[in-house]
Design a protein around this ligand. Sequence first.
Ligand code: PLP
Length: 459
Amino acid sequence: MEQKLSDDLLSAEQRDARYVMHPLTDARANLQSGSLLMERGEGVYVFDNAGNRYIEAMAGLWSVGLGFSEQRLVDAAVRQLNRLPYYHAFSQKGHNPMVDLAEKLIGMAPVPMSKVFFTNSGSEANDTVVKMLWYRSNALGETRRKKFIGRKKGYHGITVASGSLTGLPVNHRSFDLPLPGFLHVSTPHHWREAQPNENEEAFATRLATELEDLILKEGPETIAAFIGEPVMGAGGVIAPPATYWEKIQAILSKYGILLIADEVICGFGRTGNMFGCETFGIKPDIMVLSKQLSSSYQPISAILLNERVFEPIADETHTIGTFGHGFTGGGHPVAAAVALENLNILEERNIVGHVRDISPALQDGLRALSDHPLVGEVRGLGLIAAVELLTDKSAKSSRHPAGALGKRAAAILQNKGVISRAAGDTLAFCPPMIIEKDQIDAILSALRSALDETAKEML
Ligand code: PLP
């Protein structure tokens, strides 16, 4: 009772500090101040509990493609809640929204796909893919084919297997990850990783050779699959160098290794095509989709499998009598109904066309900041971009501890009403795809003034 009374006098932020442990957060810092709590959203904007308005220039977590107030998505959820609020997909049962969505996704896929398996998050989807391919290898009698190759700075989630696919130290440290058998090759980041005078094509050739050397060292018969985001997101928005995907795919097909495209960020328009695979000529065996699939109004993710992946798995389920894997909420009818409506809206309003039309304003506007003393590299395409900050342009380094510049600049920018995301010293931008030119201009002018202020403090 005493606890209840005192709680009534506390702000939501104070109660947050008292009761909530946040992901990707310094828990001690949160005990001091609580978190910034959002109260409502409208278009590209969110409003905090104090009524302050922010442009959500990260679309939440790269995910609210249609913005924060799409009534049709709300209506789709309510309709489905009224009709059938829950059903599952276990034991040869299911429901109509899941079937409709699966059919729609197979129809949209840029390469022939056979089946869709539904999960609730990107991490669950990637964890499921790992288990599916272990299962498939056993089905084929290839019991040594269990290793996965990802990339340093790749992000595929945080569960035990997806966190092992991820190549970011902060997601491994103190978690005893990655698991054995999860290997990582170099980041395809030309500006930072290329040797002096090595052009993009030569750099891509070197990375493909590195991959081939690793496959030969490990034994091609031990590698289940290679996984990559068409454009790396959480690792700092890294678009691959010219010819990279072509050369990587040539190596994978030479050794019969499956390719998983993690389209969790790139999927559904972000790069200016419906899928990142189209932008880069990627022909995957498996596609992992989430986030903009439902504009994140509901948690849902989908794994698309081609025949080559599905057939041996199907045989094994028949031998065993079932596929012993699945989630209570996987393909939830409300989430599936919202996702379907989201895809209909994307098509009806030609959101991909809008991304193509509007993205030069963001990309060119950010590139115009290249002359700023704190800006090392501006990169990105479509409506995903990043600005990497430093204090020494020629050494491409910062005199501050790693991440300090990014954190400070993001905080100053947030005070100016724009939410970005600091990945180390890189500020990422990935606004709702419905953003308009004047809103992009507002991001750009707030960013320039935030960088000026950061420079005054830290240069
Ligand atoms: N894959 C990619 C490319 C992602 O960016 C993310 C999340 O940011 C994930 C997977 C994991 O998704 P979730 O956070 O829904 O588990």
